[in-house]
Design a binder for this molecule. Sequence first.
Ligand SMILES: Cc1cc2nc3c(=O)[nH]c(=O)nc-3n(C[C@H](O)[C@H](O)[C@H](O)COP(=O)(O)OP(=O)(O)OC[C@H]3O[C@@H](n4cnc5c(N)ncnc54)[C@H](O)[C@@H]3O)c2cc1C
Length: 477
Amino acid sequence: MSASQLSSASRLTSALPGKVVIPEDVRFDEARRAWNLAIDQRPAAVAFAESPQDVAAVVLLAREFGLGVAAQGTGHGAGPLGPLEDTILLKTERMRGVSIDPARRTARVEAGVTWLEVVEAAAQQGLAALPGSSPDVGVVGYTLAGGLSFLARKYGLAANHVRAIELVTADGSLVRADPENEPDLFWALRGGGGSFGVVTAIELELFPITQAYAGILWYPIERGPEVLHAWRELTQSDLPDELTTVGRFLNLPPIPEIPEPVRGKSFAIIEAYHLGDPVHADDLLAPLRTLGPLNDTITTVQMPALTQMHMDPERPVPAGGDGLMVDHLTTEALDAFVEVAGAHAQFPLTSIELRHLGGELRRKRPEHGALASLDADYAMGAVGMVSAPELEVPVRTQVEAVQAALAPSAARQMYLGFAETQQDAATFWTEQAYHRLRRIKTAVDPDDLIHSNHPIPPTSPPPRNGADALLPRAPRR
Ligand SMILES: Cc1cc2nc3c(=O)[nH]c(=O)nc-3n(C[C@H](O)[C@H](O)[C@H](O)COP(=O)(O)OP(=O)(O)OC[C@H]3O[C@@H](n4cnc5c(N)ncnc54)[C@H](O)[C@@H]3O)c2cc1C
């Protein structure tokens, strides 16, 4: 490091004592780690903000040094972030406040909070939120992406149930965006991703729900074809929005965290999540039960249990995966999917799922944000463990094979939250919404200081510092 870089680095660390870790620090490797351990993040520095004022200080320092800022809650979505050598990685994990307002049915959640914390706090007041499948995904990153929960056919995307968002914009200002203040920014943040500022807190709508009827039908993986075809028929019947199902292949690793009866084994499974009278769900699920599952765990559960039902890892893991959205799943497309993802897979991934969409997810409403709807019938997500570097290529190849099998039925739209590789940003939104997002990005961050895992470029982005990271620069504006 040159003398001037060293003095810039010490300016950073002295501006926020105890909250900035630079590459020369012995703690750097731990500080730069993402939830996805397969991602090797090498930022110019890591800042651990504890307040909106810390966030503003980091943004202003980054501007002074000509660096970018990438906010990170957990690093579940770190895969597509790209090189960070000219970027301060701003971790929000120390900002953990959650407060529930039972009268207004809202939760105010700080930037570093993960889903289980909100779900449990809400449940104590007889309320439920709209989390995804994982208890430790960050609430803010998930919601900015859209937020696809197992209640989404009934309630739509989580982003469209946000009441207000507090953030620090690229000029260091603290802003509250809601329907009355900064309406453009409020629109962009709801499903437009993390390109518009560093969110410090988010206010979510809660729902008076305490229980669901949910669980899993387990079948041997060899029965995948008949099980998945029966499931496809169910999803293409006239289903109420109250029922969401997932068709999935699971190859469970032989590790102690997995319960002994299923450890190291492979299954075709159907997950079911139902709100309302279990008798109605039982009627709808009867054709799947007739197939004689090995095990049937569908029962009435308290809402927090939904965050564990999908069996996502609850600690950092090295993962490689990606998604795809599917329209009109034909029998041929399902056959191709089963062939490549099921019992005969060349390289078994840990999980390959098709989540049923539709219902409220398809309904665009005037008050919705940038991601007004998901215009597809299913969302596919495939993931494998990259527990050694030599597994990266086979995992990626197999994920691509699953995507290729579904390509003839693929929707134009891709869901940002399931995109774990860099993709054409224009596919995440309608053309009109994408152009509006770019105009808003240009208005709030013309210098492209704020980096996101799925960036929206301003209309004419500036060149970056590259190798000169940590050299002070004249402010760009
Ligand atoms: C195991 C697993 C299960 C998942 N299940 C679901 C699911 O059921 N439904 C679903 O919709 N998605 C799901 N996802 C996808 C997940 O919602 C996205 O990856 C989401 O972006 C993760 O947010 P995070 O904060 O945890 O991750 P991070 O990697 O920390 O953040 C991802 C991006 O969000 C933005 N961001 C995060 N914090 C801030 C902030 N404070 N200010 C501004 N921008 C910010 C940034 O652009 C960042 O690059 C899952 C992912 C995994 C790995």
